[in-house]
Write a protein that binds this ligand. Sequence first.
Ligand SMILES: Nc1ncnc2c1ncn2[C@@H]1O[C@H](COP(=O)(O)OP(=O)(O)O)[C@@H](O)[C@H]1O
Ligand SMILES: [Mg+2]
Length: 223
Amino acid sequence: MPNLGISNVGKIFESDGNSTRVLDKLNLSVETGSIVAIEGASGSGKSTLLNLIATIDTPSTGKISYGDKILSQFSTREKEKFRAQNLGFIFQHYCLLPDFSVLENVMMPLLICKHSWSFALEKSRVLLDLVGLDNRKSHFPSQISGGEMARVGVARALVGEKDLVLADEPTGNLDKSNSEKLADLLWSLQQKLNFTLIIVTHDRDFAARAPQRYQLSSGNLAQ
Ligand SMILES: Nc1ncnc2c1ncn2[C@@H]1O[C@H](COP(=O)(O)OP(=O)(O)O)[C@@H](O)[C@H]1O
Ligand SMILES: [Mg+2]
């Protein structure tokens, strides 16, 4: 599995004749299979940075590489393939589909990538078991707790053997006890499945538990 390299990355947003520089000559190297937390105040550019790594957005300057591939130069098709094959994303608001069961929500990324129903079912069952929600498979999102929704979001991000997992404020909607449980779960899944995990958060206690920790401010990272 490849390392992630961010070198000299800048991001400027232009709107209505105003330009906002959010990231400025930012450098970061993330080794395969490591857990990195990036802490920053609201508006410091955490989601912007994750979106660049996820190839949802493109840097204004600099480059982002994954192994020998340069993500920031990918075509639309290459970006789609990278997101489908390599990337898992955990959202603060979980973004579960309300009209689908827990199991179907986890199956969805595989079904969208045109895997068979039986393949998606088998992989999703394994993941739901790993996140401890085997007994919630047939429930709908409105029928489970916030902590359980967060775990469904984790299962959906990991299904399909993803090797790079990005989490944007994963504890943003959780109380302290559920945040701690989520950290325990993520750390143990990372040990088992060995993906690279990058978390952006303003939750200091959560970030403090990550083996590597950086602060994002003024468009740059400090340790
Ligand atoms: N698409 C956009 N167009 C213009 N400005 C944006 C856009 N996305 C984010 N920004 C600005 O970039 C800054 C960082 O935003 P964001 O990355 O969402 O911060 P965080 O996730 O740390 O709260 C904010 O000032 C925000 O208003
Ligand atoms: Mg954000």
